[in-house]
Ligand binder design. Structure first.
Ligand code: ADP
Ligand code: MG
Length: 370
């Protein structure tokens, strides 16, 4: 146990899963993530200098940086995330007080549940409070995103940081990635979110991601819209003959996916989980066939899930080419689901999947103990 003085404070921020709305964020569209009851904790106390001492329990390592050092830059190290947050805050004009930070994460690292946003938001919340600052949550989400874009060097949208701050227990968050307006929609208590990790990540992911982005940009340009968010299916059909077939299909995914997210929002509002689950299935199909970002493992995981009674919906979640599926499952079926999907998946692939049983949680907050 570390010694704690009266100025020690503890913050936590959750990981997330996206229920529907995949590859829509960079098309200015809609997404529907949920903050999960897996958290990263940051315990902070002030230092009488302008330094940061950061210890990660997960990596069992402490680092120290001087915030006056003008040459702080990415090292390809876990500390890039919290240091990046501090550097971006300072560059935005917020003067930070020196701090001792202890990080403990229970979000699986590198599994697509955004342990990165969780550590950024937990660190940012802790540093801001420790410095006696007050930063509006929307601005804080943007700063954390900027830390990951500019300091860590990962091209990510704002969804993860946003939901880690604004998520709520019993709610899914429908986010307009263009305006950052959002709505919290009810998730009934009789379901769990089960996340199945295929434990596979295909190398293709980053080159394919950039290729998809370019295809979307080409489609938007041809349709003469700012972003695919502004295009309708009718417009796309009218222009079909002038578009390469593959670009047409990429556009069709994005346009139909945006509609699905909005319809899924209405379904949640009406408590219609059957309809919501159907939209999840359609989303998976569209990602598999039109956007071509699924994989054999993801398809298998979804097929296994769909065979089980009490499963409302199953789909791949995240960028694709491996990673996780998300499943909406009735509480009383959780054990059966976990056992049958794990067994079926291992039988075919010889890979033992990881299965996380989760539920919606509140976004970042100060807590009294870690
Ligand atoms: P994901 O966000 O899907 O979990 P990323 O690759 O985006 O995967 O982010 C994972 C990285 O975030 C880790 O490799 C590490 O650098 C950093 N990180 C996440 N959680 C912690 C933690 N508890 N302690 C230290 N670094 C962490
Ligand atoms: Mg991440």
């Amino acid at each position: 146990m570390s010694t704690q003085n009266s100025e020690t404070r503890i913050f936590r921020a959750p990981g997330r899963v996206n229920l529907i709305g995949e590859h829509t964020d960079y098309n200015d569209g809609f997404v529907m993530p949920v903050a999960l009851d897996f958290f990263t904790w940051a315990t902070v106390s002030p230092l009488e200098n302008h330094k940061l001492q950061i210890f990660s329990e997960n990596f069992n390592e402490e680092i120290e940086v001087d915030l006056d050092d003008q040459n702080l830059a990415r090292r390809g190290h876990w500390s890039d995330y919290p240091v990046g947050v501090a550097v971006v805050l300072e560059r935005a004009g917020y003067r930070l007080r020196g701090a001792k930070l202890r990080i403990r994460g229970e979000v699986p690292i590198g599994s697509g549940l955004s342990s990165s946003a969780a550590i950024e938001v937990a660190t940012a919340s802790a540093l801001v409070a420790n410095s006696g600052l007050n930063i509006e949550a929307r601005e804080l989400a943007r700063l954390c995103q900027r830390a990951e874009n500019e300091f860590v060097g990962a091209r990510v949208g704002i969804m993860d940081q946003f939901v880690s701050l604004f998520g709520k227990a019993h709610k899914a968050l429908l986010l307009d990635c263009r305006s950052l307006e959002f709505e919290l929609l009810p998730l009934p208590d009789n379901v769990r979110l089960i996340i199945c990790n295929t434990m596979v990540k295909h190398e293709l992911a980053s080159s394919a991601y950039n290729e998809r982005r370019e295809q979307c940009e080409a489609g938007a340009k041809y349709l003469n819209v700012t972003a695919l968010r502004d295009a309708t299916l009718e417009q796309l059909e009218q222009h079909r003959s002038g578009l390469p077939e593959v670009v047409y299909r990429r556009c069709r995914h994005v346009i139909t996916e945006n509609t699905r997210v909005l319809t899924a929002g209405e379904a949640l509002e009406q408590g219609d989980l059957d309809h919501f689950g159907k939209l999840m299935a359609e989303s998976h199909q569209s990602l598999r066939d039109d956007y071509e970002v699924s994989s054999e493992e993801l398809d298998l995981m979804v097929e296994l899930a769909q065979k089980i009674d009490g499963v409302y919906g199953a789909r791949m979640t995240g960028g694709g080419f491996g990673g996780c599926t998300v499943n909406l499952v009735r509480n009383e079926k959780v054990d059966e689901f976990s056992a049958r999907v794990a067994e079926g998946y291992e039988q075919v692939t010889k890979i033992k999947p990881e299965i996380y049983i989760t539920t919606a949680a509140d976004g970042a907050e100060e807590v009294s103990h870690g």
